[in-house]
Write a protein that binds this ligand. Sequence first.
Ligand code: BG6
Length: 482
Amino acid sequence: MNKKDILPVDFMWGGATAANQYEGAWDVGGKKASTADVMTGGTHTNPRRITKHIEEGVYYPSHEAVDFYHHYKEDIKLFAEMGFKCFRMSIAWSRIFPNADDRVANEEGLQFYDNVFSELKKYNIEPVVTISHYEAPFALTEKYNGWVSREVIDHYVKYCNTLFTRYKDVVKYWITFNEINSLMVPAGAFLAGALLIDDSGAFNNTTIDSSQMRFQALHHQLVASAKAVDLAHKINPNFKVGCMINYSLGYASTCNPKDIVKAQKHDQINNMICGDVHVRGEYPAFTKRYFEENNIKIETAEADQETLKNGCVDFYTFSYYKSHVVGTRPEGDETQGNVFGGFKNPYLKATDWGWQIDPEGLRYVLNHVYDRYKIPMMVVENGLGAVDVVEKDGTINDDYRIEYLKGHIEQMKEAVYDGVELIGYTPWGCIDIVSASTGEMKKRYGFIYVDKDNDGKGTLNRWKKKSFGWYQKVIATNGEEL
Ligand code: BG6
């Protein structure tokens, strides 16, 4: 794609992170445990554990993460050097309301984000703030079993009210929940703070599931999100509030019509239920049959329908890393991905973590979603998790990362030429942070290397990878030189 000036001049280039994977300082400045803080380290083959309390002598990667809390000035300076126009970050809810039901917000926590926002302002970097990125105060799990309980909606709205009021003049772009549709699959239960109890009375989110609980929790999040959008617009009509969908692109495994319908159902259920509620303010028609066939009975309040209608988002954001295949099982194995997996696509290669690389899929998703909703879109996560090798002279030649990102940016440009209104791009983990799925450090996404290993050892020093200079040039030429 050589067309010049295809991206708008004010295109929001940046990078994305999340507090629980980046910030550290988990018990500093009045903060208390979040749901992410009770997740142990793990690996690709050895899953992370959820513990009911912080266990002595156990490694919890989020506790220090890569310590943005104490390195924010240094990191933001590096982002500015790359030319970032925006920076996606999240706020740790338990830094603001450590016990969730605190009468007043924790001033020290609010002050920390004041400092971050003014540092960003110094470099004209626009914050894009996720209000809840895969975490909530652990107290909400202890008191209510997380989002399964309707009471959590009010706690979330109170939290939003505090953020919107405090940061009224410094933050314009908000995202209510990260990858809200992750609740479609069993792993999503704890992402909504819910612990599942097995027959022996022990909690066990590894081998048991309750779709009933997950969809109830999801409904509460959707209502909470709509209330937040409405509130945001009342507090500052200039606020732009978006949803965030973990886009699960599942191609039909053959052209057998049965496979085509399976792929369509996959898309409807996993992507469109949440997308439609956020953008159109109502559950799509196909939800009814899905709930009936899966014996899901959601408890709703009378006002919910109206609440959803009054809380439609201003823009649609999503994460996109990979695609997979659904339908008749093709030759070959299953493939993995962020939350959603499927079968392997013989036309695609995969990362070391088994996520299949598919730049064209990004163009497909952008077109597909834009045709449906016709509102501005932003790709807020995309990237390659890989092991980086530090050479003796300190250089890190991450050409594989450059190749991955280049391919996806090319396809974004194609989509814009197709007519999609794309307003920004924030590759994931613009600085190395803890992996959400495995808790590892060695699965790195960044343009900036952080010296820390899987066991938590390292100096936390930062230095630039080869991709740093490459991305700097991409931004400087507004995507023309890739
Ligand atoms: C997304 C999440 O699903 O994928 C991020 O929003 C996560 O929090 C990212 O880090 C990449 O996944 P992982 O497991 O490689 O860190």
